[in-house]
Design a protein around this ligand. Structure first.
Ligand code: XMP
Length: 319
């Protein structure tokens, strides 16, 4: 793709110009955006870049391992794997307000980055995979009054006291363009085609108070759901699919016993840029089979529902 090849060269030039010979750290989330940003910056400045993968304990099953393997082994990019699950989960435990969850996670991210920036001898720059829709969704919503729907923590700058400048080479791009750039940079197709995953991770897919137990149940249900989607060859038709664990228990019957367990909601949408979305029209067979698998394979869930809300009026995530 000639446009992306040209974009890449220009972006590399701008990154070199901006950072000179200073050190840069880049927060990796496991998603496409931060991965593409990291590989691009690595092409521009090589080992002046150190990546920090902050494992907040809110990842999907296997996510952490896949990211660490790709960056360390495939790309040889210096990577710090910061296992901070306890720090994040302890701070979030019992917290049920969506925006407070985001604020707590955003603050802890910065704390962890600061710590590692110091440890590599004072990085002057922090790189992020912020996209154009992140920038505009944070300030306005489809022509309406200027309100914040969700405060994505990777938008809006850094705390005053933080002595780092931002490098955001994807700030003008939409998701499909980031994927094209990722291909241009030679990222594996399986990585480039990944569904988006929000920075706050499973915390915003667990409405109500967060507990370690609920996160475990959610992680398992989500893995079964995605396994179903892959087995049926639907992954690439869907923009984003995930499970949400609802904070209600309902009565069920299993064998000859009564159960009283959580409800899981499944979400899948099609979209071009995440700004608007339609729910994905799964067949009833697919939904029925997936519900049985989740209920049989995941202890703690005895009822599954499918979310048929489009965006607007719903948002893609539940929080
Ligand atoms: P919504 O739920 O606002 O989501 O329709 C639109 C896209 O943004 C992702 N999203 C987030 N990403 N931090 C992120 O990095 C966040 O706080 C956040 N909230 C939503 C969401 O997964 C979807 O792709």
């Amino acid at each position: 793709d000639w446009t992306m090849a040209a974009y890449k060269e220009e972006a590399i030039r701008l990154i070199r110009e901006q950072v000179g010979d200073e050190q840069v750290i880049c927060g990796l989330s496991g998603g496409v955006d931060s991965s593409v940003a990291a590989v691009l910056i690595h092409e521009a400045i090589g080992d002046q870049l150190t990546c920090v993968f902050v494992d907040h304990g809110l990842m999907r099953a296997n996510e952490a391992d896949e990211v660490v393997t790709l960056f360390r082994d495939h790309y040889n990019i210096p990577l710090i794997h910061a296992d901070e699950a306890d720090l994040f989960i302890d701070a979030l435990e019992g917290q049920d307000d969506p925006e407070k969850k985001r604020k707590i996670i955003g603050r802890l991210f910065i704390e962890v980055f600061e710590k590692h920036a110091k440890s590599i001898g004072g990085a002057k720059f922090l790189a992020q995979g912020t996209l154009y829709p992140d920038v505009i969704e944070s300030v306005s919503f489809s022509g309406g009054p200027s309100v914040t729907i969700k405060s994505h923590h990777n938008v809006g700058g850094l705390p005053e006291r933080m002595d780092m400048k931002l490098v955001e080479p994807l700030r003008e791009l939409f998701k499909d363009e980031v994927r094209a750039l990722g291909r241009e940079l030679g990222l594996p197709e399986a990585f480039v085609g990944r569904h988006p995953f929000p920075g706050p991770g499973l915390a915003i897919r667990c409405p109500g108070g967060i507990t370690r137990e609920k996160l475990d149940i959610l992680r398992k249900a989500d893995a079964v759901y995605l396994d179903q989607i892959r087995k049926h060859g639907l992954y690439d038709e869907i923009w984003q699919a995930f499970a949400v664990l609802l904070p209600v228990r309902t009565v069920g019957v299993m064998g000859d016993g009564r159960t009283y367990d959580f409800v899981c909601a499944l979400r899948a949408v099609t979209s071009v840029d995440g700004m608007t979305a339609d729910y994905y029209p799964f067949s009833h067979e697919f939904l029925g089979e997936t519900a049985s698998r989740i209920i049989n394979e995941v202890r703690g869930i005895n009822r599954v529902t499918y979310d048929i809300t489009s965006k607007p009026p719903g948002t893609i995530e539940w929080e």
